[in-house]
Ligand binder design. Structure first.
Ligand SMILES: Nc1ncnc2c1ncn2[C@@H]1O[C@H](COP(=O)(O)OP(=O)(O)O)[C@@H](O)[C@H]1O
Ligand SMILES: [Mg+2]
Length: 225
């Protein structure tokens, strides 16, 4: 039987976009796969005790939510079985910004097929990003990509270029796709909306495009025939 791909969204730094990436990647991947809301091909599994992904998903109209979700922060045995859930093709695991639940995190790292490490263009985020890759991901030979998130175009290129240069210098793997800062993403959780439900105006389309491009670059958009 086919096994789902388990994508672990992880960083020891809080506020870099783990939950935002997990939820919105789940939405675009499900959408790309033509997911039936009655039986979605995608699951968001939160192992963050704060449960932000679940809080967000609960606010979305049930019939429109393109993925299932579950809170697993105190269920290490269920985390260990995520890769056996054959009803899903993709599972996004939303990790906490701390190592507060070591057992659950260890299980998640064992079942993951790859890791996504969001980072923001601020020097304070560099250290935790590097430690996440060196201490947690590379010892397990887990394929990973750092994703540069929260770039505000109005700030110009200085900070994002500095981040990119630092990533190059450390030899860290990162996606070409940068997820830009859009107010829409910040308010989406409270408004109970995921990226595939944004309106069709220009800004919303741009905001959505970053996640589509990211999912495609990561190879999550289904197989190319
Ligand atoms: N690309 C983005 N554009 C705008 N706001 C963002 C973006 N990414 C994250 N945010 C906001 O930044 C804050 C932190 O993001 P979140 O996904 O909760 O990070 P984490 O899960 O790593 O703690 C949230 O308020 C979120 O809405
Ligand atoms: Mg979070």
């Amino acid at each position: 039987m086919p096994q789902p791909q388990v994508h672990l969204v992880i960083s020891q730094k809080g506020g870099v976009g783990k939950t935002t990436l997990a939820v919105n990647l789940a939405a675009v991947v499900s959408d790309t796969l033509g997911g039936d809301p009655a039986q979605p091909p995608v699951l968001v599994a939160s192992i963050d005790p704060q449960g932000s992904a679940v809080w967000w998903a609960e606010r979305v109209d049930d019939e429109q939510l393109p993925f299932d979700y579950d809170q697993l922060d105190d269920r290490p045995d269920d985390v260990a079985k995520l890769n056996k859930l054959e009803e899903y093709t993709h599972i996004f695991v939303d990790a906490p910004g701390s190592l507060a639940r070591p057992a659950v995190l260890a299980r998640a790292l064992e079942v993951a097929t790859d890791a996504i490490v969001p980072v923001i263009p601020e020097p304070l985020a560099y250290g935790p990003t590097e430690r996440t890759v060196l201490d947690l991901i590379q010892p397990r030979n887990l394929p990973y990509r750092v994703v540069r998130n929260l770039w505000d175009r109005r700030d110009g290129r200085l900070d994002i270029d500095a981040l990119t240069e630092w990533l190059d210098g450390q030899g860290l793997a990162y996606t070409n796709t940068v997820v830009r800062r859009f107010k829409l993403h910040t308010t989406a959780a409270a408004e109970g909306r995921v990226v595939t439900q944004y309106p069709s105006n220009r800004t919303a389309t741009e905001a959505r495009t970053d996640f589509l491009a990211l999912a495609l670059e990561l190879g999550y958009g289904g197989r190319v025939a």
